[in-house]
Structure formats: C-alpha cells, structure tokens
Design a protein around this ligand. Structure first.
Ligand code: FE2
Length: 223
C-alpha cells in the first residue's frame, strides 16, 4: 500500500497538539467537515496542504506522511532491538537503535526483517582467543553477495562492510556479542544467535579427549 497521510496520523497529531477539528481547520483555511473527512479516511488532504499541516503539527512532511513521529518515545535503550534499513537502489545500510523514518534515493525504507539462516546462507563461527571468526558460506559476485555483517551485544554494535569479489569472512571482538546479523543483497537480512558453549568454545582442541578419540577412530578405520 502506498503511504500518503493517514487519517489516524492526522487525528493523533491534532489531539497531541490540543486542537479541535475546527481550530485545525481554520489554520488551514478548510472546513471542520473536511478535517473530519480526512480523519475518518473518507478523503485525503490536497498535496499543497501537506506543508501547512506539518507546520501546524510541528513535524516534518516526511514524518507526517509516514505517521511515525507519534510514537517517538525513547524505548530503544537496548541495542538488541536494533533495526537495519537498506536502500534497494544504492545498497546504503543504516543502523538505528529503534524505528526511524529514513529515506534514501527517494525511497521510504522499511526496517529489514531478519530471517533465520538457511541452507543458502550458512554461517560458521569459530572462537579464536578474544575474537569470533565468522564466515558465511555464500557467493560473492557483483550480482549476489553479502554486503555487511554486524555483531550485536546489549550495548555495542560492530559492523563490517563487505564487497563483491572479497571474502565473506569477518572478525569481531567477542565482548558480549549475542547475535550476528548479515545482509545478502538479494535475499535480505539474516540473524543468528550465538550459542553458548558451542560458538564461544575455544577452537584448537589438539589436546582434548575428543580429538584423541577421533584420531583413534580414524586410525582404526584406515589401518
Ligand atoms: Fe543470498
């Protein structure tokens, strides 16, 4: 659905600004009946009125159209609720701690919905000292590639840009990382929760019993 300006947004902003339909109508030089029509979804304000309406509500036209300012409470204190906005035209990736109204190349960007990783977008994580070595099993051609990888903890994000023809491999400081996000230019955003005891296990288990067992089994099989 194309977003223009919704009746609900107009009503909510009008009430927030403590104006009656009549007071608001008079500011714009229309009748209160007209305002009522807009608010009940029976009509749209003429596009030339968008600026005066935004001015009356003390918001930007962009905010008015998206209707997103209304819930602008600072509830985004947790980085785990982060949103990524990616421009389909230029690939620009924007991180936001909460929902935002973001336009790029004339497109109103929607927050990318993260999918669980799938067989075409597999992630491999290895802990090496204080870092996670992350590899994504995916092609890296100009047409189809992983464009960024981000590691999220409650209070920090590490974000790494990747390029076609490069490797889909990155390193992150472990520091409380709980979730890994990565973005495929064709298939969108994926997320993976770090599994305690598996992904954060120290690699290089040469001395471990497990390794010895494996070697014993291999020796028996191939002797
Ligand atoms: Fe992909």
């Amino acid at each position: 659905m194309n977003q223009y300006v919704t009746g609900a947004a107009i009503r909510e902003l009008r009430e927030k600004n403590k104006m009656t339909q009549l007071q608001f109508a008079e500011k714009l030089g229309v009748s209160d009946k007209t305002v009522s029509k807009w608010e009940t979804g029976k009509g749209y304000p003429d596009i030339t009125l968008l600026e005066p309406i935004a001015e009356a509500f003390r918001v930007s036209v962009t905010e008015l159209i998206s209707g997103n300012t209304i819930h602008n409470e600072n509830v985004s204190a947790n980085m785990m609720r982060s949103k990524f906005y990616v421009c389909p035209v230029c690939g620009n990736a924007i991180h936001s701690m909460g929902e935002a109204v973001i336009h790029c190349h004339g497109v109103a960007l929607l927050p990318a919905e993260a999918e669980p990783t799938d067989e075409h977008h597999m992630i491999f994580i290895e802990r090496v000292e204080d870092e996670y070595h992350v590899r994504i099993d995916h092609e890296m051609t100009k047409e189809h590639y992983i464009s960024f990888v981000a590691a999220m903890s409650f209070d920090e994000m590490q974000m790494i840009k990747l390029y076609p023809e490069g490797n889909a491999e990155v390193r992150f400081k472990i520091r409380g990382v709980k979730k890994i996000f990565f973005f495929c230019n064709r298939d969108g955003l994926f997320s993976y929760d770090i599994v305690k005891g598996i992904d954060d296990r120290e690699s290089g288990y040469d001395d471990a019993e497990e390794r010895k067992e494996l070697e014993k089994t291999a020796a028996k099989l191939f002797r």
